[in-house]
Design a protein around this ligand. Structure first.
Ligand code: SF4
Ligand code: SF4
Length: 85
């Protein structure tokens, strides 16, 4: 019998571009060094922090908690996994 489970494997880090003030806290404190300063500039003239799109993010949420602008959210990417029996 086949079963389909939903599990969280990776995480998506979303930065609200216009809130970022380029302080670099998220980049400095991410234990996995997932966050980087991008070349993209927001409407206030700051370089936006973003994820490096690797799968190293553990979903610890430190970046979201430390951002003084509340610009970051971390959400699990749900993936359908088939279990074969
Ligand atoms: S902590 Fe927030 S404001 Fe600072 S660089 Fe990161 S996303 Fe931008
Ligand atoms: S959730 Fe944790 S591991 Fe993922 S980017 Fe934020 S600080 Fe880094």
């Amino acid at each position: 019998m086949n079963k389909a489970n939903i599990r969280s494997k990776h995480y998506q880090v979303h930065v609200i571009a216009d809130r970022c003030k380029e302080c670099g806290f998220c980049i400095e404190f991410c234990p996995q060094k997932v966050l980087i300063k991008s070349a993209e500039i927001n409407s206030h003239g700051y370089h936006i922090a973003r994820s490096d799109d690797s799968d190293k993010c553990t979903g610890c949420n430190i970046c979201a908690m430390i951002c003084p602008e509340f610009a970051i959210s971390v959400t699990p990417i749900k993936e359908k996994v088939k279990e074969r029996r």
